[in-house]
Design a protein around this ligand. Structure first.
Ligand SMILES: Nc1ncnc2c1ncn2[C@@H]1O[C@H](COP(=O)(O)OP(=O)(O)OP(=O)(O)O)[C@@H](O)[C@H]1O
Ligand SMILES: [Mg+2]
Length: 431
């Protein structure tokens, strides 16, 4: 912008521009440049000052700087927009069990003890793990999450401990494992029940000796890592069935942390529902002013087999379905009895209407159908319906189907289903 404009003064316009909510980046150009004028422009918010005449190269340098500046501001805004991200990690609830959980987290966080967090799917185990990490003396060190259920069985070992070049077909270069990456920090072994006996043995060694070897390597690597593990299965029962090593179970379970299901702490529902409503109102930009008492009663009545995650999903959907400026009503929740039925598949008739995750609508009644459906077709539809119900969250879907996440994954592979988990946050260190 020039200082001398045909119908006014550039410095005045500059001030006006600066009072806008979205300020343009202004480069002042002038043939009558004085130091005073430059200082005045800069203090009124100009990005920089160029004296005429200037070469195209000079202009290019200024534009490049301006571009870099804009980019930095954007990145900074993104990073400091942490308020939203941070609140995602806050453990909400005022019930007695949650208060006790918070106290336990505070105590355990101070130590280096290995922690095993147990609880049904969607109760907030990962949230508890993150709280433990944040409050620990290692809060500034790395936090590496490994989702044991999401990694193919044959790759878990190399994922945990790394591998040397040529250790197996496809190991073209040497690679550090997650334990090495977490050195000095904390590792979260999510869904620990899913690891094979071979990896269990190696993990036991890391926990006991704090040392490991990469796959295909013979050099012993020392690691200093705090281990937090989670499981939504009764690990003790896996031990009884000889699927999980007892010695490893004892090593992991130095401090047991149990996250209670939502149905056992229904007092938390109002605060959770309110916070989630506010969060999704912000996220979707829909103005929802509140929740009707009938709606809250409905939330209290429901049994929440998918726990807090289910509540979160229900509220998000409700906010989306709500009218602008309205309040949430029971109809928006979609909590018909079939939400319960889906967790008891035996009781369901072979009649259902759904949209598969692939987008095709399927309505089937055994009696109506000319070709009787095979059992595996029904199984497929049922599995995809459960996945749809859980918004693509495989852990939750496996839980309500009462099958292991590995079985679910194998079935989905069989169907050629390749969708990502809808709920899984992607982050550094997560697989
Ligand atoms: N007490 C809580 N306050 C706020 N949000 C919560 C709480 N508990 C759970 N959530 C939210 O519910 C969702 C599920 O929580 P989380 O992923 O920690 O469950 P999980 O127990 O690890 O489930 P899974 O066994 O399926 O992995 C997350 O989005 C989480 O932020
Ligand atoms: Mg989890």
């Amino acid at each position: 912008m020039d200082v001398k404009l045909p119908d006014g003064d550039g410095t005045d316009l500059l001030k006006q521009l600066q009072s806008r909510p979205v300020k343009p980046l202004v480069v002042i150009i002038s043939g009558f440049g004085t130091v005073d004028m430059a200082v005045e422009c800069m203090s009124n918010g100009a990005f920089t000052f160029l004296t005429k005449p200037f070469s195209p190269e000079q202009l290019a340098v200024v534009l490049k700087k301006a571009e870099e500046h804009t980019q930095l501001v954007k990145v900074n805004q993104f990073l400091s927009h942490g308020e939203d991200d941070e609140s995602r990690f806050e453990l909400l609830g005022q019930s007695k069990p949650v208060e006790q959980l918070r106290q336990l987290i505070r105590k355990v966080a101070r130590t280096q003890a290995t922690v095993l967090i147990q609880g049904e799917s969607g109760t907030g185990k990962e949230l508890v793990a993150r709280a433990l990490y944040r409050e620990s003396p290692r809060g500034d060190a790395p936090f590496i999450k490994v989702n044991c259920a999401a990694i193919p069985e044959n790759l878990i070992e190399s994922e945990f401990f790394g591998h040397e070049k040529g250790a197996f077909t496809g190991a073209l270069t040497k690679r550090e494992g997650r334990f090495e990456l977490a050195h000095g920090g904390t590792i979260l072994l999510d869904e620990i029940s899913e690891i094979s006996p071979q990896v269990q043995a190696k993990l036991l060694r890391v926990l006991q000796e704090r040392e490991l070897e990469r796959v295909g390597g013979n050099r012993t690597i020392k690691v200093d890592v705090r281990v937090i593990a989670t499981t939504n299965r009764q690990l003790e029962e896996s031990v009884e069935r000889k699927e999980f090593r007892q010695d490893l179970y004892f090593r992991l379970n130095v401090v047991p942390v149990i996250v209670p299901p939502l149905r056992e702490r229904k007092e938390d529902i109002p605060i959770l529902a309110t916070q989630f409503r506010e969060r999704f109102v912000r996220k979707h930009g829909i103005h929802v002013v509140g929740m009707s008492p009938a709606c809250m009663e409905e939330l209290q009545r429901h049994n929440w087999p998918g726990n807090v995650r289910e509540l979160q999903n229900v509220i998000e959907r409700a906010v989306i379905l709500c009218n602008e400026g309205g309040v949430l009503e029971p109809a928006h929740l979609g909590l018909t009895p079939n939400t319960m039925e889906i967790s008891t598949p035996i009781a369901r008739p072979a009649t259902f209407s759904m949209t598969t995750p692939m987008g095709a609508s399927v309505t089937q009644t055994a009696e109506q159908s000319a070709d009787f459906q095979t059992l595996s077709e029904i199984e497929k539809h049922h599995i995809l319906a459960a996945l749809e119900h859980c918004k693509g969250n495989r852990t939750h879907a496996a839980k309500i189907l009462d099958i292991s996440i590995r079985t679910l994954r194998n079935k989905l592979n069989e169907y050629g289903y390749k969708n990502q988990e809808a709920n899984a946050p992607t982050e550094v260190g997560e697989i």
